[in-house]
Design a protein. Structure first.
Length: 184
């Protein structure tokens, strides 16, 4: 009987420890996630193909122009958290995200995301979730820096929940429109 109680205690502690270590960040990604894009959930990242995609509305951009990005699921599943950045060839955040305009036409996206300023980049260089409410899609506006002179990619992490997430996925490379690329 004693052994059974002791075994039950150890199993309970192990389960509690696992559940405690798998947690989400309800108010958005922490700044510790800025560089490696790991959400600090305590569970390992998924290695299978991500059911989520980040789709830019264009494949090239001029310095100072904006790109609309849509984060959504391929299979209509929802997600709770995300982190999105544009990264240059040195893997540093570039450009900035535009805040959500205060208009009634944007009710679908209000309260779903916020902007943070990760180190080694400009202000508002990262978009992340604002709360853990399930989302079917998020639409973001990114603004290219005025001194943009090289192609780049968007990197993103998406969390279906606290224990199931995909880290550091990338879009195809975004090129510089020919008439604005700086000559060295």
């Amino acid at each position: 009987m004693e052994n059974a109680k002791l075994s039950l205690l150890f199993v309970s502690l192990a389960v509690f420890g696992y559940i405690s270590s798998v947690r989400g960040n309800a108010n958005g990604a922490p700044t510790e996630a800025c560089e490696d894009m790991l959400p600090q959930h305590g569970a390992p990242a998924q290695t299978k193909e991500s059911p989520y995609t980040l789709t830019p509305n264009r494949k090239s951009v001029k310095a100072g122009e904006s790109i609309t990005l849509t984060l959504a699921s391929k299979d209509f599943s929802k997600f709770k958290g995300f982190l999105v950045q544009a990264r240059n060839n040195a893997d540093l955040p570039i450009g900035s995200f535009a805040p959500l305009p205060a208009s009634k036409s944007n009710n679908e996206f209000k309260g779903k995301w916020k902007l943070i300023s990760c180190p080694k980049g400009p202000v508002n260089n990262t978009a992340t979730h604002f709360n853990p409410v399930e989302k079917s899609r998020v639409v973001l506006t990114w603004i290219a820096p005025k001194d943009l002179n090289q192609s780049f990619k968007f990197k993103y992490t998406v969390a279906k929940n606290g224990g199931e997430y995909w880290v550091g996925k990338e879009t195809e490379s975004i090129s510089i429109s020919a008439n604005t690329a700086k000559k060295n």
